[in-house]
Write a protein that binds this ligand. Structure first.
Ligand code: ATP
Length: 877
């Protein structure tokens, strides 16, 4: 391949010089990919491949127009590729190309609205804080460092930020356990950046250079965290996206202050995406009333990273309450905010040198939003007394005003989007520029009046003065008068009805105009660069103001949703008690006539076993509780009549995980690894939601695992837990474990018709109604009838068991509620003997055998029933 010459040859030699997966090389107005890269890109993005011949061979070639590169890059990076970009530049003898940046998931500079996207590095050290992590969001310049006590903690931090790209440090790369977990749980590209950049001394030096020694020393994080930060800086510089300049501030992040909410739970609660993978109907989409993209990002961030600090949450609540109670001012605030542009992005464009005059005008306009906001807030005594006033006062208002004035004094009212053509500045900004413009105007005026003067002075008729590319400025005289022109006229062209002339004076003026225009273009460009630099210098201020506007926007959004949906302010405290009166599910209530429900959890009653018929609302009830706690820890009001919420340190959920089947792991495996994660990570301050644990395996195994997990959560972890189950055996747990209580979602059955009441009541459910749902779902009648028989028999057996006797037809093993164990058959000789073949209706038998390959003669009734339940589940899907 490297035999190739010309641009193909150039492509391959550039490609060899980079470790990126793909190279996009500028060729005129296109970025081209050649060879295998062209094929890859065409496979991934459906680009047309043509052939380019070079040195007698032909090479696949695919190209994208210059202006379209960013979306293509984004799509490639999302698919996990690192793409090098080579730009073409002019040289004295033609042009040359060089790689200007390598785009990776964490460093792709978003030019469109996007969520914060973090680039993370994890470093394993030794000593008291053995792990260190750094997170950088290249779009807003946010840089955070943190220590982690162990691998679990490190993973929790990664969940929290959900980075798009992770750089594991040298030790972490050989730590198969941690690396495996990162691969499995964090949906990020892994990049093995050069080992030396993680070296503690070098890394610490890099970080100090970037952020200043004093700031870094104040961070008080361990060496590994600084190594991680240094490696990120080094990596960002190497990939050459130029974002380093926008990294102006570094902060230590203290994980303890955030609620742990792993990626699984974010998905299960449909916080920003629904189970189907889109945002429609997510919690965020439902409650989002923000006016600006930065406000939207902020609200999303709050939902993804709820807080644990009571004082932080109470401050947010206070602002929300004040805003909710002042609809008119809130409207005004939202109106003002709608004028704001995304300052974090504009700051980043200014530091990259890619901001144009309109961008600076947007900066100017957005800085003007701040005093308007302050004024609106001051106009209402309650708002003025709320923390909102302090939020608006946080940025350096004076500096913001000065910068705004600088821009207002400089920029033209409607500057063009190009920065080299002039027209960017207003009169009075620069003396030299004014002089140039004045002189330019004078000369133009001289030219505009020239025709009249010539007519008058020389008695000519039909005279015009104009300019074109070839002739420059000229005096055009009609044919009839052309012979009478004065001597100093020099003819330059003869046309059919006229002649064109120039004069020395006209030529002088023309040269002057060109000189003036060129100088004006240069001068304006220089002035513009200075102005842009002035804005870039204030990047931190712009980020501050941007953050303030985003925060006010997010708070106003929470207030709007609360006011429009009758949400209430929850009473927050550090204790154990969680009491929600008449709670609703924030998303479901939007589309359904919702039946509100209560929940009460406290020290004595910390674990609810939730039973109820299929489709009765168990999952909705549990998710509703989780969403309400989550919203409360965002600082939001909640959908309830009243709520008292003891703050939690983490929300953990385990619900059906069918979508992961596609990734090659069995449902049961996924279920168990999620369960294991919860049992390891949850604490007594956590909220745990378990929906149907143990269903993915044989009934006995399932019940046993669910039983043991409950005991462990109850006795060891002591987390607040809601556990929905179809295993009625588990309702017996309440008898043995003091903090376990049963609740059920009620249904009404009359004459075989089941009505779902959606009301949660104390106590276990008496029946599952699963067979009723199977019937509704269209399971063949013989199977439904037979399940009823089997169920009936099981109930009888249970009743006899309870009385200490043996059933006429014992099952192979019996679950003993008091011991939580399975026992062998009640009568020694009865085990395994089953009703004879004839008693099973032949149609049912056929279905059982054909669909499931079950030997109906030897399968215990419990398992037959569970098969029927599995069918229901499948049919429902
Ligand atoms: N309180 C409620 N008010 C109104 N509708 C509700 C309520 N709770 C649940 N629903 C609706 O009932 C349907 C079933 O709810 P859900 O999925 O929670 O049932 P489930 O008991 O978990 O079912 P399964 O056991 O089959 O998984 C959903 O469409 C939901 O929107």
């Amino acid at each position: 391949m490297t035999e190739a010459t010309g641009i193909v040859g150039e492509f391959f030699s550039l490609k060899e010089s980079t470790d990126a997966d793909l190279l996009a090389m500028q060729c005129g107005d296109f970025y081209e990919f050649f060879g295998e890269d062209a094929e890859t890109v065409s496979d991934e993005l459906d680009l047309k491949v043509s052939q380019k011949s070079s040195h007698g061979s032909s090479y696949p070639m695919a190209g994208v127009p210059l202006a379209d590169l960013t979306p293509y890059l984004k799509a490639l990076v999302e698919r996990g590729y690192r793409v090098a970009v080579a730009d073409q530049y002019e040289t004295d003898d033609g042009h040359a190309r060089e790689i200007v940046r390598v785009v990776t998931p964490g460093t792709l500079l978003e030019t469109t609205d996007a969520d914060a996207q973090y680039l993370a590095a994890v470093v394993e050290g030794s000593g008291s804080d053995p792990y260190g992590l750094a997170f950088a969001d290249v779009t807003t310049g946010r840089f955070l460092v943190t220590d982690a006590a162990d691998a679990d903690d490190a993973l929790t931090e990664l969940y929290r930020f959900d980075p798009v790209e992770v750089l594991p440090g040298p030790e972490t790369r050989t730590d198969d356990d941690l690396l495996g977990l990162i691969r499995e749980r964090i949906d990020a590209a892994l990049t093995l950046h050069e080992t030396e950049s993680f070296a503690p001394k070098r890394a610490a030096h890099t970080v100090r250079e970037q952020f200043g020694r004093e700031t870094v020393d104040r961070l008080s994080v361990g060496e590994p965290a600084l190594s991680a930060a240094g490696a990120i800086l080094d990596y960002v510089e190497e990939t050459g996206t130029g974002v380093l300049a926008s990294m102006t501030r570094i902060q230590a992040h203290h994980g303890d202050d955030h609620v742990t909410l792993d990626a699984t739970t974010q998905r299960n609660l449909e916080i920003t995406e629904t189970m189907h993978g889109d945002g429609d109907g997510s919690l965020f989409e439902t409650i989002d009333h923000t006016e600006t993209s930065a406000g939207g990002r902020r609200l999303k961030e709050w939902l993804q990273r709820p807080r644990r600090s009571l004082s932080v949450l109470e401050r947010r609540q206070e602002s929300v309450a004040a805003l909710a109670g002042a609809p008119l001012v809130r409207d005004e605030i939202q109106d003002v905010l709608s004028e704001a542009y995304d300052l974090a992005r504009l700051a980043s464009k200014a530091t990259h040198g890619s901001a144009d005059a309109r961008d600076l005008l947007s900066v100017q306009d957005t800085l003007g939003v701040l005093p308007d906001l302050a004024e609106a807030i001051d106009s209402n005594p309650e708002l003025a007394a709320s923390p909102l006033a302090a939020i608006v006062d946080q940025p350096d208002r004076e500096a913001a005003r000065d910068l705004r004035e600088t821009l207002a004094d400089a920029l033209a009212e409607e500057p063009p989007s190009t920065v080299t053509q002039g027209g960017l500045f207003q009169y009075g900004y620069d003396e030299e520029l004014d002089g140039l413009i004045e002189r330019h105007d004078e000369v133009i005026e001289w030219l505009e009046t020239l025709a009249d003067r010539e007519k008058r002075q020389h008695g000519l008729s039909h005279v015009t003065v104009d300019r074109n590319k070839t002739d420059g400025y000229y005096i055009q005289v009609g044919k009839s008068a052309a012979d009478g022109v004065p001597d100093h006229y020099e003819q330059i062209k003869t046309l059919k009805n006229s002649k064109r002339f120039t004069t020395d004076e006209l030529e002088d003026r023309e040269r002057e105009i060109l000189r003036l225009e060129e100088r004006r273009g240069d001068l304006e460009y220089e002035l513009f660069e200075d102005l842009r630099e002035e804005v870039a210098v204030h990047a931190e201020l712009l980020q501050d103001v941007g953050r303030t506007l985003a925060t006010v926007d997010a708070l106003a959004s929470l207030a709007t949703h609360a006011a429009e949906n009758r949400w209430v302010k929850p009473d927050l405290h550090g204790g154990d008690r969680l009491e929600i009166e008449q709670g609703r599910h924030p998303v479901v209530e939007q589309t359904t006539e919702f039946v509100p429900n209560d929940v009460q959890l406290d020290e004595e009653r910390g674990f609810l076993v939730v039973t109820g018929p299929n489709m009765s609302g168990k999952s909705t009830y549990m998710r509703q509780v989780a969403c309400i706690v989550l919203l409360a820890q965002v600082g939001s009001f909640v959908p309830a009549r009243e709520a008292e919420i003891g703050l939690v340190d983490g929300i953990f959920t385990r619900v059906g995980a069918l979508d992961e089947l596609a990734q090659g792991r069995s449902t049961f495996m996924v279920e168990m690894s999620e369960l294991s994660n919860i049992l390891h990570t949850a604490t007594e301050e956590s909220l745990v939601i378990l929906d149907e644990v143990g269903r993915g395996t044989a009934t006995y195994d399932g019940i046993s695992i669910a039983w043991a997990a409950t005991e462990y959560l109850h006795n060891e972890v002591q987390a607040k837990t809601l556990f929905a189950t179809h295993y009625h055996e588990l309702t017996g747990l309440a008898e043995n474990l003091p903090r376990v209580a049963n609740v059920h979602v009620a249904a009404d059955e009359r004459d075989g018709d089941v009505t779902f009441l959606r009301t949660v009541r104390d106590g276990p459910t008496d029946r599952s109604y699963g067979i009723h749902v199977a019937d509704l779902a269209g399971v063949p009648e013989p199977v439904v009838d037979r399940s009823r028989d089997v169920l009936e028999r099981l109930r009888e057996e249970k009743a006899i068991e309870a009385k200490g006797g043996a059933s006429s037809e014992p099952v192979q093993a019996v679950f003993d509620v008091s011991s939580g164990q399975f026992r062998g058959p009640a009568s020694a000789d009865g085990g395994g003997s089953r009703e004879d073949d004839e008693s099973i209706d032949p149609e049912t038998k056929a279905v059982l055998e054909e669909l499931e390959g079950i030997d109906v003669n030897t399968t215990p009734p419990v398992e037959l029933l569970s098969k029927v339940q599995e069918w229901q589940a499948q049919l429902r899907e």
